[in-house]
Design a protein around this ligand. Structure first.
Ligand SMILES: *Cc1c(COP(=O)(O)O)cnc(C)c1O
Length: 340
């Protein structure tokens, strides 16, 4: 759906696989869905997919100089902002007799990665002295650290910068990568995408939403992932801890309130499921039934059962947001099962 939607205005997609730790089956599904590239921030994830014989153009979103040699071996295109790193890439590319393709990231205000726009001309001039590197495009990343929206103004600025670079240097920028899952609103509202012809999408593909408002993209599923945890205790207990308050397992002093009226004796049915902060970002979980997450320690998640009775041994289903998905997929202790 996303390939078709963005394809209508000539925008190709990079399927971003970092939230699923480069899981090869998911990368394959993205490729079947029409993404042109598979992008990941971790070289290790790209190696995992290559070892699983995924055939795609691999893009590295985060480039570290210490990995330069392996990047040249395993990656087709890398995103870059530092000359020292590019010199290393150039060195190893020469050794391996390769031309390595790069996209230069431009700082557009979010203050994560990027070369300041004023510096880009001098930067490119220096990159052109590195014969094993080929600049194939510019990119920017917004709505990640600073929460800055990718809007019409930012996208026009990136387009204009691309034109200016091509005017000044004898290079063609074939890939102008305007952003990530936060670019949906801009895309829906713009009359002219300008030079933007690529987006790098993780969350939209995996969880079906855009990320500025957190809204579902029409016709996409938001529950492709489900985390199931086993009930290990189910009892009627007081709504509030009793005894003298000290600190919890993470060193905080708990402030707990009960939403129950005194009339039910301040007791309720609560359950523990075998899941905790070591497994996933608990704040990003939402139970699929009418239960309330009361809190969690490293290995125990506490639920207010409300009107349900949870039997010991039963499974409780949770939906996951991006942070929960990312952490759960990264945990070796969570079993991954693929349906279809
Ligand atoms: C993670 C990442 C993306 C994907 O972001 P989503 O919000 O999941 O679409 C895109 N670009 C870069 C540079 C990233 O690090």
């Amino acid at each position: 759906m996303l390939s078709e939607l963005y394809g209508q205005q000539g925008i190709s997609l990079m399927g971003v696989s970092k939230a699923v730790l480069g899981e090869p089956l998911i990368a394959e599904a993205m490729i079947r869905g029409g993404v042109k590239f598979i992008a990941d921030s971790r070289l290790e994830n790209i190696q995992r997919m290559r070892n699983a014989r995924i055939s795609a153009q691999f893009v590295l979103l985060r480039t570290a100089p210490s990995q330069a040699e392996s990047i040249i071996e395993n990656v087709d295109i890398s995103l870059n902002t530092e000359l020292d790193t590019l010199e290393k890439l150039n060195y190893y590319a020469a050794g391996q007799n390769k031309i390595h393709q790069i996209i230069l990231m431009v700082e557009m205000g979010d203050l994560r990665e990027g070369i300041m726009p004023d510096d880009i001309f001098l930067f490119i001039k220096k990159v052109l002295d590195l014969p094993q590197l080929k600049i194939i495009g510019l990119g920017c990343n917004l709505a990640c650290y600073g929460g800055i929206k990718p809007d019409e103004q930012k996208m026009r600025q990136l387009s204009a910068l691309s034109d200016a670079v091509e005017k000044k240097f004898p290079i063609h920028l074939s890939l102008i990568s305007g952003g990530n899952s936060a670019n949906y609103e801009w895309y829906q509202s713009t009359k002219n995408v300008g030079r933007i012809n690529n987006l790098r999408l993780g969350e939209s593909i995996l969880l079906g939403c855009e990320t500025v408002q957190g809204r579902t993209i029409p016709k996409l599923h938001t529950n492709a992932f489900k985390l199931i945890a086993e009930v290990i205790e189910s009892k009627v207990k007081p709504c509030l801890p009793f005894g003298k308050i000290g600190r919890d397992a993470f060193g905080n002093i708990p402030v707990l309130r009960s939403t129950y009226p005194k009339s039910n004796g301040n007791r309720h049915r609560r359950a523990i499921v075998a899941l905790g902060k070591q497994d996933t970002l608990v704040s990003g979980l939402s139970p699929n039934q009418d239960l309330e997450i009361l809190g969690a320690s490293s290995d125990h998640l506490l639920l207010d059962c409300k009107n349900s009775y949870l039997k010991v041994g039963a499974g409780v289903n949770f939906n996951l947001n991006y942070g929960s998905l990312l952490t759960a997929m990264t945990s070796p202790l969570i079993k991954k099962q693929f349906i279809q």
